[in-house]
Design a protein around this ligand. Sequence first.
Ligand code: NAD
Ligand code: 44H
Length: 498
Amino acid sequence: MITLNASSLNQIADASGAPAVPTYDLAQRQVGIVHFGVGGFHRAHQALYLDRLMNDGEAMDWAICGVGLLPGDARMRDALLPQDTLYTLVTKAPDGSRDARVIGTLAEYLFAPDDPEAVLTRMTDPAVRIVSLTVTEGGYNYNASTGEFQFETPAVSEDLEADFASGATPKTMFGYVIEALRRRREAGEQAFTVLSCDNVRGNGDLARRMLLAYAQRKDPELGEWIAEHVTFPNCMVDRITPVTADSDRAMVAESFGVQDAWPVVSEDFIQWVLEDRFPAGRPAFERVGVQMVDDVEPYELMKLRLLNCSHQAIAYFGLLLGHTYAHEAVNDEDLARFTRKSYMDDEGTPAVGEVPGTDLEQYKDQLMERFGNEYVADALARLAAESSDRIPTWLVPVIRENLAAGRDVTASAAIVASWARYAEGVGENGEQWDVVDRQRERVMARAATHDEDLLAFLRDEELFGDLVEQSAFTEPYAEALKTLRAEGARVLLQQIVA
Ligand SMILES: NC(=O)c1ccc[n+]([C@@H]2O[C@H](COP(=O)([O-])OP(=O)(O)OC[C@H]3O[C@@H](n4cnc5c(N)ncnc54)[C@H](O)[C@@H]3O)[C@@H](O)[C@H]2O)c1
Ligand SMILES: O=P(O)(O)OC[C@@H](O)[C@@H](O)[C@H](O)[C@H](O)CO
């Protein structure tokens, strides 16, 4: 067994059946990107594209400095630092074939609470030209029903009041980005590009609006400078990346002979469609498969409304039917038909429109194949987490558009009802599950009153706006929830797909 770190790379390279190792010289890397939110996805996606470039002898000045902000990120620090920030990425195809490689593009990892000033120093280094983000849908601090920045969130309001110029240090992504830009401006340095890689529609536009709302409240003049000098390209990102399980660590050790404290396992599919707005420069991403476009919106709508919304379709129904993984859920004939036809074809697709160079039928078939990839073992619990960030961000806009166009919303109403039923916290056979959601108490409290009021869940305006007043939605919703509660998920699915 070889323990992964920089000095064991040669040994790994020589071992048979071991992962591929970087062909570039780690000592030659220079940090050009600071990334907030180094989770599984960033390490399977952006870091891999850069790894492809560096293996081709390019982009050595675009290495990544990863930053962890939340207390939970101490685990990533503890896993990565002893292995010189190297990690193994294993990709698995639906036919069971695998690829394993050690990724070396993450050159540095900073756990911000340990030393906030080190993060700011890195972000003000002129060599850093991109600050990228995967801070989850919830990380943008916006109210999904109004689209407005939420100033009253405790960590954000603390950062807003703190005087960074007199030694206080930031706590949030907003605080770090705005303070770093203030320092760069003061030093006469060029601004960096802010690149959001989260699954939100118009992720760059959203990042811009939220960061500007914060900056304008903190320092209006700085806000104007940012509005003029900082670009926020939008992008569509795609690669199904489950949470790393202990069985993945064991698999990397047993199958590839490498001891890695936190490998990443993902599907083999990968896509990144990116707007080309990087005045401070960017890696030559287009050479390694990134699609550079002027307008990313059609691709984003396709991905969010077909892939991510379908994930919501299989998550709660799948758990209610007693499944654990995404591949089990789409091997269930009723749920597969519901997802592929009732949701994707009948309701998702009309809300997508034309996508350049893309055959949507093929795209949807491929999605079903990807969901069915048993080797990836994507837990439904991952897809059912943080629903109060996901349903309002992804599915509610589809429902609104379909309602406005006079189209059917039966399947979407059933998906929302499956979430409401799931939020009751007890399965059809009495199984208890942990509702993982930062709004857990709120959603569970509403779901607990379903006996008295079938529309209780929908009355949360922050999540659903005025949907509760639209009978074209509330009727199929109430019908679905009634059936789910009285007869169960299978009966409801069979009624809808009949
Ligand atoms: N996992 C996937 O399949 C996938 C695919 C495409 C896009 N994404 C995007 O990437 C995001 C992260 O996914 P992941 O699988 O890496 O999750 P993860 O849980 O492995 O990592 C999330 C990271 O974000 C950080 N974070 C969360 N909230 C934050 C906040 N408010 N401020 C700062 N940092 C915060 C966490 O500390 C952690 O480092 C998703 O929410 C999604 O938007 C994920
Ligand atoms: O990671 P989230 O919270 O944005 O959403 C859960 C999944 O739908 C998502 O991670 C998909 O797996 C991903 O978007 C595929 O590219």
